[in-house]
Design a protein around this ligand. Structure first.
Ligand code: ATP
Ligand code: MG
Length: 309
């Protein structure tokens, strides 16, 4: 199945375990340091390829060595990076993540070239050819909030392409702007704090139903170790439990959830089953360091689901 990811591309530098920042110039030995292609478009693209999809990614990176790394590592995973824009003189987005022993993930982040993405970076033909389009981080790539892009999304949806959307930030102003996309997507997959910040709702159920009222066919709010909440029209909200796992690092669990969910839909599964495929992919990612860790292929990913799904 052909999927296009559009949005945020980030190089993650991760290390674990980190319990404190050393005093002065002290050095602390750690178990592991990794570099990964991450972010709501790039990380999801890598997971989607591992789950068996054919993936093209779109967005903007710099012409620096971080950008070279992103192109190299995504291509090595099998993502088509030929439509990625490179901006002369700009920094590629990057994060440094010192991962706590319990898997917690504080971060230091440079948004870089992601902030410059516009409709001009989107290859409309590739979107028309896709079975699914995933918008990853439109709160950060806010230049995509363009009537011409909304029109393109509406026309590909009318032709049968599934459009999904995830977010990146926890910043109320940026999240507020992302609301404009909701009438133009099929499924919206924010995490709990994003859903609450976007709506001002006191609880996740209210937030999800308010987001659903903005236009999508379904809203899936991820709740970290608590699993996720699925809301679609006409039926009560449903909790999808997380799976018990030894957690190393939860970076990119939301991206993996999206990749598993999209893969499920493209395999003709119903929304609830697709949510369990998302959960399986997210669980695999929680077991390793980095947003692509733990996922190898679709059969081994689905094998961790309990028999009833
Ligand atoms: N500690 C955990 N134990 C088990 N499963 C987890 C844990 N944390 C996350 N998950 C799984 O991952 C899914 C997505 O996680 P989460 O809500 O943390 O996403 P997120 O905040 O969007 O992450 P990111 O933006 O880094 O990709 C959850 O719905 C759950 O299935
Ligand atoms: Mg997320």
């Amino acid at each position: 199945m052909r999927v296009v990811t559009v949005g945020v591309h980030i190089v993650d530098v991760l290390t674990r375990p980190v319990e404190f920042i050393p005093e002065g110039q002290d050095t602390v030995l750690v178990d592991q340091i990794r570099l990964t292609a991450a972010g709501a478009a790039a990380g999801t693209a890598v997971d989607l390829v591992k789950l068996g999809n054919q993936v093209t990614t779109m967005g903007a990176i710099g012409d620096d060595e971080l950008g070279d790394f992103l192109v190299m590592v995504m291509a090595r995973h099998g993502v088509d990076v030929s439509r990625l824009s490179r901006r002369a003189g700009e920094q590629t987005a990057a994060s440094i993540l010192p991962i706590r022993p319990d898997g917690g993930r504080p971060s230091f982040h440079v948004p870089g070239a992601n902030l410059s993405v516009t409709f001009g970076d989107v290859d409309a033909e590739a979107l028309r050819d896709a079975d699914a389009v995933h918008l990853g981080g439109v709160d950060v790539t806010f230049g995509l909030g363009d009537p011409a892009f909304f029109e393109l999304l509406d026309s590909v949806r009318a032709a049968g392409t599934i459009v999904t959307m995830d977010l990146l930030s926890e910043m109320p102003d940026l999240l507020g702007m992302a609301k404009a996309f909701l009438p133009h997507v099929d499924y919206f997959l924010p995490n709990e704090s994003q859903a609450k910040l976007m709506t001002g709702a006191p609880d996740v159920e209210t937030a999800a139903s308010q987001l659903l009222a903005e236009g999508p066919r379904g809203v899936l709010v991820t709740l970290g170790a608590e699993g996720s909440l699925l809301v679609t029209g006409g039926v009560p909200a449903e909790r999808v439990p997380a799976l018990q796992v030894e957690v190393n690092d939860t970076t990119g669990c939301g991206d993996a959830y999206c990749a598993g969910f999209i893969t499920g839909l493209l395999h003709g599964q119903d929304v609830r089953t697709a949510a369990s495929w998302g959960t399986a992919a997210a669980t695999r990612v929680a077991t390793g360091l980095g947003s692509d860790a733990g996922i190898t292929d679709l059969p081994t990913t689905l094998a961790i689901l309990p028999a009833q799904g």
